[in-house]
Design a protein around this ligand. Structure first.
Ligand code: TRP
Ligand code: SF4
Length: 400
């Protein structure tokens, strides 16, 4: 509704690997240059599935933050914080739970899927059922308009949109909405009020979406409106009531399927990862011992890159010229597998070098990370409090 704001979170359940880097973090680093961004450690979400091993959470929180910083997430540009330090998320979660139909939660696909997949854990808990609702509170409390996530998280963002709509529908209707909205239009000044009315008519009568964006832009530029008036003007524009909570959109991270060492998707549970800050000796050894096309038993046996996980790495790390070299050399047995792997080893080490360097600073002085988080939490909390104030007001909880 207001200026575009990006928010995303990650659960601190283990060391990050190159799959996280190519799939998520690289995208965050790009987004932080384009939008105001909030990135947070979803420690409460980690507890929904790891409530019986709380000891892993604390260390992972700080390790993960160092991983983010190592990957180039910049605390000057983006706001970094920890979910459980902002209790406003929990309060919003509670308030939203009042209007969340149980069926909506039970129908979220990850609910049954995860319960089946993690069948060694008892996930028949209230907290686990509420996972998507807690995620909605995370998003809505910052009025985030864009949420960069992987495909598996899209249903959660959809859920959040529906919940925001339900909330606005329920609490955005004031008795005297029309009157108040019209008064707010006047406050735009003669010229802008006229423009707003014209754009609104064009949108409502002809469905002209350009008119809608133009009107939204016009409102975004008016910094002197009160929050309530802003919400009314956004809602009046679209023919609904006040828009108190912003409907977010998933920003799909382009499916960069970072392969693992065995050719399957890189994932801790497949034990096929290279960690973001893994040391050089270990990286070299892991790639050297990667499986290749089983047809290449002897050096003189030709192979097929399509049947080899090393080729997947070349697709990510090599230019066209080197890819051709692999194709030809493999099919003609002109190159050996170790020879073929060397450029991949070099490329991975080259990618990790700046990450090690950045991380070192934070490992040498852990208070740096503590301070970044203290700062980020303070900023995030201010934003969260604004939204919560509005929500409490429309839900009848403003007694003072
Ligand atoms: N559920 C997300 C995941 O497992 C983490 C998360 C929690 C999140 N809250 C969020 C992501 C809010 C985006 C926005 O990856
Ligand atoms: Fe794989 Fe390269 Fe060996 Fe071919 S030459 S099997 S692509 S490692």
């Amino acid at each position: 509704m207001f200026a575009e704001r990006v928010l995303s979170g990650m659960r601190p359940t283990g060391r990050l690997h190159l799959g996280h880097y190519h799939g998520v973090l690289k995208n965050w680093v790009k987004l932080q240059n384009e939008y105001p961004c909030l990135f947070f450690v979803a420690d409460w979400h980690a507890l929904t599935t790891h409530y019986d091993t709380p000891e892993i959470i604390e260390q992972n929180v700080w390790d993960m933050l160092v991983d983010w910083l190592a990957a180039g997430v910049d605390p000057v540009q983006a706001t970094l914080f920890i979910q459980s330090r902002i209790p406003e998320h929990a309060e919003l979660h509670l308030l939203l739970s009042m209007i969340t139909p149980l069926g909506w939660l039970e129908r979220v696909p990850s609910y049954k899927d995860q319960q089946e997949k993690l069948s060694d854990k008892d996930l028949g808990t209230y907290g686990f059922l509420g996972y998507p609702l807690l995620q909605s509170a995370d998003i809505l409390i910052y009025r985030a308009s864009r949420v960069p996530v992987g495909e598996d998280q899209v249903p959660h963002v959809e859920f959040t949109r529906e919940l925001a709509r339900r909330f606005n529908h329920m609490y955005g209707r004031e008795k005297d909405f029309e009157t108040k909205a019209k008064a707010a239009v006047k406050k735009l000044g003669t010229k802008n009020a006229k423009l707003y009315q014209q754009l609104r008519t064009r949108y409502q009568e002809q469905g002209d979406s350009e008119a809608l964006s133009a009107a939204r832009e016009l409102l975004e530029e008016r910094q002197n409106l009160t929050l309530g008036d802003r919400e009314r003007l956004f809602g009046y524009l679209e023919g609904v009531g006040r828009v108190i909570l912003t409907e977010p959109q998933a920003l799909l991270t382009e499916a960069s399927r970072m392969p693992g060492l065995d050719g399957h998707k890189m994932s801790k549970s497949y034990n096929n990862t290279i960690e973001l800050r893994e040391d050089e000796v270990s990286v070299t050894k892991k790639i050297r011992t990667m499986p290749t096309d089983p047809a290449r038993i002897k050096r003189s046996d030709p192979g097929d890159p399509e049947k080899c996980p090393v080729w997947q790495f070349h697709l990510i790390y090599s230019d066209k010229q080197r890819q051709e070299w692999v194709q030809k050399g493999c099919k003609s047995a002109g190159i050996g597998c170790l020879e073929c792997k060397q450029p991949v080893i070099d490329a991975v080490l080259h990618e990790q070098k700046p990450m090690h360097e950045r991380a070192q600073m934070y490992l040498d002085d852990p208070t740096l990370v503590r301070n970044i988080i203290a700062d980020g939490c303070e900023k995030a909390q201010k934003l969260a409090q604004e939204t919560l104030r509005d929500v409490k007001q429309v839900m009848g909880l403003n007694y003072d």
